[in-house]
Unconditional design. Structure first.
Length: 103
């Protein structure tokens, strides 16, 4: 959530390639991605953005546009509504069976 909030707040992003981060950030387009545990690469990326405010602002604008176009409240609301509608239409399934004997 912190990443989404930073993107929505026009903050330039430097993140590691872990978990869902790679689904949100396109390296060099709406943020900078570095390998996990690569402290020098993280430091270099932050330093690069601090020394190039124009690039940092461009990445931040693009990150904000990503949030608006793909993760707005309205879009997420529609996605959840569609998910629930599909779930209601789906035939019931039995996820597991419980067989217990009592003594």
């Amino acid at each position: 959530m912190a990443l989404l909030e930073a993107m929505a707040s026009h903050v330039p992003i430097v993140a590691t390639r872990v978990g869902g981060t790679v689904d949100l950030i396109t390296d060099g387009t709406n943020g900078v991605l570095v390998g996990s545990r690569q402290t020098e690469a993280i430091s270099d990326a932050i330093g690069s953005l601090l020394s190039d405010p124009e690039r940092a602002n461009a990445l931040a604008r693009c990150a904000h546009e990503t949030i608006v176009s793909s993760y707005s409240v309205e879009r997420m609301e529609r996605a959840y509504a569609a998910l629930y509608q599909d779930a209601v239409k789906a035939p019931p399934t039995r996820a597991f069976s419980v067989s217990a004997t009592r003594s």
